[in-house]
Ligand binder design. Structure first.
Ligand SMILES: [Zn+2]
Length: 200
């Protein structure tokens, strides 16, 4: 019998013992869901109070780079500015923060990321698009977009001219909740609702 996709899935579900050993779970994460989930999880390492972005680079279904937005190594998170409304640009975060995509590329654990896919929780800005193109990444999968943002429009122009494919992630599950206390993962089915809080 197929598992109920609306019921919580436990890593240590005693009901597993009742299942025929010859059948596999039916509602496991797809590759895209898995990699985007890792990107979302990585975004939660960010100390940015407004914008948390994660990125994961995948080559032949293997993760070869992970990043999130943060200050450069050696720049104290407690001393650097995290705001964005000061009249003095030096008092805002923008001139300092390393974006998730750039960090994922620079933190790669393989010799090359040529021909790989990058999963981003937010469509890359134009600066990260340049890193992506120059690194030889050929596919971008993103969760959210800001269609009127000029930096992202410029990124799309460059992707189109260089043949980098980009597509929005279309999850089949609405929620995936990690519960450390019960060691379970709750998965809710259903289409994802747009209009979540703006990340910038
Ligand atoms: Zn960027």
């Amino acid at each position: 019998m197929a598992p109920d996709p609306t019921s919580p899935q436990s890593l240590a579900d005693p009901a597993d013992s009742d299942k025929p050993s010859s059948s596999k779970r039916g509602d496991y994460l797809s590759w895209d869901e898995y990699f985007m989930s890792v990107a979302l999880l990585a975004s939660q390492r960010s100390k940015d109070p407004v914008t948390q972005v994660g990125a994961v680079i995948v080559s032949d279904k293997v993760i070869v780079g992970v990043g999130y937005n943060g200050m450069p190594r050696g720049c104290d998170d407690d001393e650097m500015p995290w705001g964005k409304t000061s009249e003095d640009p030096l008092e805002n975060k923008y001139l300092y923060v390393c974006h998730a995509e750039m960090n994922a590329i620079l933190n790669k654990n393989s010799e090359s990321v040529r021909g790989s896919t990058i999963y981003c929780t937010l469509f890359p800005c134009c600066s990260c698009a340049k890193y992506i193109i120059q690194a030889g990444i050929t596919r971008v999968v993103y969760l959210k977009d800001k269609p009127s943002n000029k930096e992202m429009i410029a990124a799309k122009i460059m992707f189109e001219r260089t043949g980098v494919e980009f597509s929005q992630f279309a999850p089949t599950k609405r929620r995936l909740v990690l519960d450390f206390e019960s060691m379970s993962i709750d998965i809710s089915s259903g289409s994802r609702s747009p209009g979540d809080a703006d990340q910038c």
